[in-house]
Write a protein that binds this ligand. Structure first.
Ligand code: SF4
Length: 313
């Protein structure tokens, strides 16, 4: 048996559901029960998974969100050192300082934040519902100003599409894998593939977004490809894992990376070997090292922020 076959046998034996993010290695997609974006997977974990154990193939903030939404289930991470540089731009203490500087202004954060950060906010959002959430929270607080973090490019995307005064906190936050895209990348890709559709993630810089045929979340990009036929192909402006997924699922369509260097090292830490070790640990003393546990006081406050987003969506 190869390692994928061993994993499939072991997850059945141990009664585990494996959820995988699109940016993990393609081999992980192939053994996962469900593949999706961070919040979509957490909702699946909450509403559709009967297993007591969930192995979450993704970075730490995603496993924390799954844990906050599913306190009765055991959430396992194959590598708890797989963090997210974007999430690290904004802590709970940082938010408290911004609240002092801007009293009575609601705080919206991207789901790409730690549970500890979410616990200090009014509401969180995803890249697909950011505009709606920003408008709703401003309306509820009877204001036209919001604090929005930590991604400065997503903040700019919301600012461009609403009448709100969107104050980006900390103002320099970015995902290094999406922020590396440049206008020159677009010009190069368009030169090589002139009629291909350019689809990009809102974590990309504004000057790249402004040249795109479509801007959306990973799920939105997949829907776009499914709903549009372009024989010239699609230039993919997000982490390369999504492109590998699209090639796998759409063998007759053509895909080109906007920049092949957009590779998230943290997502690639989630390997088949580590997933196998995690599964083997279940029911042994080693299991504890893979369990993701959010302290209950933080989890309860973070849940309010996540639940408000779900209510608004
Ligand atoms: S792709 Fe960017 S936002 Fe996503 S986990 Fe990696 S560093 Fe974080």
């Amino acid at each position: 048996m190869d390692i994928s076959e061993k994993i499939l046998a072991l997850k059945t034996e141990k009664g585990v559901t494996i959820l995988a993010h699109y940016y993990t290695p393609l081999g992980v997609h192939k053994i996962a029960d469900r593949i999706g974006d961070s919040l979509g997977l957490s909702k699946i974990a909450k509403n559709e998974v009967e297993a007591d154990y969930i192995l979450f193939a993704g970075v730490l903030f995603m496993t924390e969100t799954a844990s906050v939404l599913n306190p009765a289930k055991t959430i396992l991470s194959p590598d708890k050192s797989a963090g997210c540089p974007l999430a690290n731009f904004l802590s709970g203490d940082d938010i408290e300082k911004y609240k002092e500087k801007y009293p009575n202004i609601p705080v919206v954060v991207y789901v790409n934040t730690t549970a500890e950060t979410k616990a200090h906010t009014d509401v969180c959002c995803t890249s697909s519902n950011a505009i709606k959430i920003a408008q709703k929270i401003a309306e509820e607080h009877n204001t036209d100003t919001i604090l929005f973090g930590p991604d400065k490019n997503l903040a700019s995307y919301v600012r461009d599409r609403t009448d709100l005064n969107v104050i980006s906190i900390p103002g320099r936050g970015n995902c290094p894998r999406h922020n590396l895209f440049t206008k020159q990348d677009v010009l190069n890709a368009k030169k090589n593939h002139p009629n291909a559709s350019l689809i990009v993630h809102p974590e990309a810089p504004p000057e790249v977004q402004h040249l795109a045929d479509y801007i959306g979340s990973t799920s939105g990009m997949i829907n776009y490809v499914n709903e549009h036929e372009n024989d010239s192909g699609y230039i993919i402006g997000t982490e390369v894992g999504l492109m590998e997924h699209l090639i796998w699922k759409n063998p007759l369509k053509k895909f080109f990376p906007l920049n092949p260097k957009s590779l998230c090292e943290n997502m690639k830490k989630i390997t088949l070997e580590k997933i196998y070790s995690t599964l083997k640990s279940i029911g042994t003393p080693e299991e504890a090292q893979y369990q993701v546990i959010v302290p209950s006081d933080i989890a309860q406050k973070a849940l309010l922020s996540i639940d408000k987003m779900i209510d608004y969506s």
